[in-house]
Design a protein around this ligand. Structure first.
Ligand code: SAM
Length: 259
């Protein structure tokens, strides 16, 4: 039996678009050829891992002339959380959401949804969104994810609250200064086909926003007795979610898969 963890540990990862793979050959674009041969200094015959960002990994080999690369075999991996996890968050001002995107990707998030709330101070530009998508791709490669998280375009909170795609998920709404159950207790008590967690801006939610979220079916939750920064709260929530899903406190105790 192949020990894939040992076999692939030293190999570099490259995200490809699904259309680049045909008949076991990967057509590499100029940037990818530059990255593999100049940045990583791979030579013909060297191997790397190609990932499509949607769950598939392949062991690939550079050919003489660098292009196309040859697929040698499919790599059976499972590094994703057992259910999709969505982070809906109001980006703080400055660059701190860059790190939220990077670390949320490392923690296993599937989709990141920027929210414009009453007290949000920034409306991210298209360039900023593209930057976040690049950061998510790099972080997915580095953390050996199968899936590159998708970053959606920012919308006002009241628009996101009406989206029905998440209606079957456990939807948790992080609030300060209100008596409500801890997120961890809610996660342990439930088994859901997906999880969505919503965190607010530097200035917090308005009372009207809290009411809208509750009416839309979101469960208000606490992350503890201290006030966390707008960039800290999403990562705290995602750490609790990942730990619950992957530890014996969560999925395993409920008959889920071994990570
Ligand atoms: N002055 C604001 C307030 O009192 O709500 C602080 C907002 S905090 C910097 C930004 C966001 O992080 C909050 O809107 C909330 O979603 C989340 N957050 C921070 N600390 C939290 C905690 N202890 N429990 C739940 N959510 C928290």
């Amino acid at each position: 039996m192949v020990d894939w963890q040992q076999k692939i540990a030293p190999l570099q990862r490259l995200t490809i678009a699904p259309g680049q793979l045909q008949n076991q050959q990967i057509s590499l674009n100029i940037q990818q050829q530059h990255y593999l041969s100049r940045v990583l200094r791979l030579r013909p015959g060297d191997r790397f891992i190609a990932m499509d960002g949607q769950g598939q990994w392949w062991l690939a080999q550079l050919q003489p002339g660098a292009e196309p690369a040859q697929v040698l075999e499919t790599i059976p991996v499972q590094t994703e959380l057992p259910v999709p996890v969505t982070l809906m968050a109001a980006p703080p001002k400055g660059n701190s959401f860059d790190e939220v995107v990077r670390q949320a990707t490392e923690l296993g998030v599937t989709t990141i949804v920027p929210v414009l709330s009453d007290r949000t101070l920034v409306n991210p530009s298209l360039q900023r969104l593209e930057r976040w998508q690049r950061i998510a791709q790099e972080a997915a490669e580095q953390s050996e994810r199968q899936v590159v998280p998708q970053i959606l375009a920012p919308r006002p909170l009241k628009v996101w609250l009406q989206v029905q795609d998440w209606a079957s998920c456990g939807r948790y709404f992080c609030v300060t200064r209100h008596p409500c159950p801890h997120l961890l207790d809610c996660l342990e008590a439930a088994r859901q086909p997906g999880i969505l967690v919503l965190t607010g801006p530097e200035g917090g939610w308005t009372e009207a926003e809290m009411q809208q979220a509750i009416v839309a079916g979101y469960q208000p939750v606490s992350l503890g007795c201290r006030i966390l920064r707008a960039a800290t709260a999403p990562l705290t929530a995602l750490s609790l979610i990942a730990a619950t899903l992957e530890s014996s406190r969560g999925t395993l105790a409920k008959g889920g898969r071994v990570p």
